[in-house]
Design a protein. Structure first.
Length: 196
């Protein structure tokens, strides 16, 4: 794709997100996006039919990136605390941290028919379920309940990430990585009651 087209597309997306940080989705117009981005309306319409398709494109891209950063190799791990799993989780958390502003913005915005957090749960749980069903070492009974395990695992991850992004000034990337791995290895209640 032409570099100018990519830059214009990025400009439109960033302008939309800037406006979304200031006002509700329903209050944003294509005209406002084009004025703030300093582009013609025709340029906008070459990229997007309307603001709804722009919104959908941004959200769909975030969902794709989220799935791409998920590492399910822990399903075959002897230990959650191995360096390999630690680095994979840390890479995922670092990605969330680098996109913190956009995730928090989209998780908290009323997007008329789109709930980004819920969609991430659904997409992540479906991906996790498929990995569970395809895994040769998981019992048939557990595979039957793969959707439940998928929701359980992805909810734990996303709720943890959401909390951490609100608190990442006081909880470092390394600390959060270790906490999540420890909870995966031992469970939340044993870790909570452990004397440290």
């Amino acid at each position: 794709m032409d570099l100018r087209v990519l830059k214009t597309n990025e400009l439109i997306r960033n302008t939309f997100l800037e406006l979304l940080a200031q006002k509700e989705f329903t209050e944003i117009s294509v005209k406002e996006i084009t004025v703030k981005a300093r582009i013609n309306r025709s340029t906008f319409y070459k990229h997007y039919e309307d603001k709804y398709l722009l919104r959908d494109s941004i959200i769909d891209h975030m969902l794709e990136e989220f799935i791409a950063y998920m590492d399910v190799n822990f399903l075959v791990a002897d230990s959650m605390t191995s360096e390999k799993h630690r680095e994979a989780l840390k890479r995922c958390l670092k990605y969330f941290q680098s996109e913190k502003q956009n995730y928090q913005l989209l998780w908290n915005s009323v997007m008329l028919g789109r709930n980004v957090f819920d969609e991430m749960v659904e997409a992540g749980a479906a991906y996790m379920k498929q990995c569970i069903v395809d895994h040769p070492g998981i019992s048939p009974l557990r595979k039957e309940r793969g959707d439940w395990y998928g929701y359980l695992l992805i909810n734990n991850l996303l709720v943890s990430v959401r909390w951490w992004l609100r608190n990442d000034e006081r909880v470092s990337l390394d600390e959060m990585t270790d906490q999540i791995l420890e909870h995966m290895e031992k469970g939340a209640i044993p870790t909570l009651l452990e004397n440290v």
